[in-house]
Design a protein around this ligand. Structure first.
Ligand SMILES: *Cc1c(COP(=O)(O)O)cnc(C)c1O
Length: 362
């Protein structure tokens, strides 16, 4: 296969996801200055759209970084020392590693790959340990295809330790499933542009509660680039401490308009429909890796059970113009992943599943 052809594959991978041509084209505009009134207008427009999707009245910061940057921001700003991480795969494990590398003293409540973290497990852990300053939850674990029961976990956390801040990674779920940030009383909710938002990579967003800002003022060595207090100070004026990715903000404004005109409940329904189709396919031809009751609506991790050779499947799909994602890390040898997030047209998804069937029943 030629490189040119590889460029044109329709990719069902968990980021970067497919971007609508209208959104790509919206970036091809002259740059405005980052201290002008125009940027404040653009920021205000983007923040309003983001607030609708986050279902929040809190500040939503727009960061010129990928999601990992704001994950680090959460650790640097919202923890003095003691925090708890719910770990159920590679991405939740990464947040724990970030906390270590920032000199914090994180503890982990870990379950095996493929399993979700139940509120009973969390309640038992919290009852057994000294209070933590901050809890870190990964909503949708993109390595295993597990979605954790966010509402129950937040409720349990609040009930057992009302002062503990709650930070949630919704990188691969926000804008694909409903996450009512204010109702769940989430203090810091982070996501990235290149997954369910169907935007090019390079921007990340996070809602920040008043409690979180108050906590940050008491934490020292917050660093500079991701200092929430400094970001807030500039955001109040519609500006950023450093030069933001203005071109990507053009795309963001365009795409938020498209997302809200599709309608959020339509969007969530579409993701559920794709998830159902992916699960049906997996159960017919192989198996699902994630435990029942904890399966993601935005990505499906398929256990091959030795029946599907991922390299052969990949090659077959590439010849038909499609790509799916391999297994993540240690799961590579026996799983692969089909992402169904963002704006990818439904008929393309149906085509993908048909070609996958053709490949495995040949
Ligand atoms: C993709 C992903 C990340 C990393 O996000 P970047 O934007 O690549 O930094 C973190 N957490 C989850 C759950 C993800 O899916």
């Amino acid at each position: 296969m030629t490189t040119a052809k590889m460029d044109e594959l329709i990719r069902f991978i968990p980021g970067p996801s497919w971007v609508h041509p209208e959104v790509l084209e919206s970036q091809a505009r002259a740059l405005i200055g980052h201290r002008e009134v125009l940027i404040a207008e653009l920021q205000a427009q983007c923040e309003a759209g983001l607030k609708a999707i986050f279902q929040t009245r809190q500040r939503v910061l727009i960061s010129s970084s990928s999601g990992s940057g704001l994950m680090e921001a959460a650790v640097r700003n919202l923890v003095t020392s003691r925090c708890l991480h719910l770990v159920c795969g590679s991405f939740s494990s990464r947040w724990f590693d970030i906390a270590i590398s920032c000199g914090k003293k994180p503890e982990a409540l870990t379950v095996d790959d493929g399993y979700g973290i139940t509120s009973d497990l969390l309640a038992a852990h919290l009852a057994d340990h000294e209070p933590y300053e901050t809890l870190f939850i990964t909503h949708n674990e993109t390595s295993t295809g597990v979605v954790n029961p966010l509402a129950e976990l937040c409720e349990t956390a609040r009930a057992s330790n009302p002062d503990m801040l709650i930070c949630v990674d919704t990188v691969s779920s926000m804008a694909g499933v409903s996450i009512p940030v204010d109702q769940l009383e989430i203090d810091f909710c982070v996501t990235s542009a290149q997954k369910c938002f169907s935007l090019p990579p390079g921007l990340a967003f996070a809602s920040v509660s008043l409690r979180a800002f108050a906590k940050a003022t008491k934490v020292v060595d917050r660093g500079w680039y991701f200092d929430l207090i400094n970001l807030e100070r500039y955001a109040d004026k519609g500006h950023y401490p450093s030069t933001p990715a203005i071109t990507l903000m053009y795309a963001l404004a365009k795409q938020l308009g498209r997302i809200l005109s599709e309608g959020l409940s339509e969007r969530y329904k579409r993701h559920r429909v794709m998830a159902d189709k992916a699960r049906d396919w997996a159960e017919t031809h192989a198996a699902l890796f994630a435990q029942a009751g904890f399966r993601s609506d935005t990505l499906t991790t398929i256990e091959t059970e030795g029946k599907i050779d991922f390299n052969q499947l990949s090659e077959f799909l590439a010849q038909r113009g499609f790509a799916v994602a391999g297994g993540y890390g240690e799961l590579k040898s026996h799983t692969f992943r089909v992402a169904h997030m963002g704006d990818i047209p439904m008929d393309k998804f149906d085509d993908l599943l048909e070609v996958m069937t053709e490949c495995v029943t040949r």
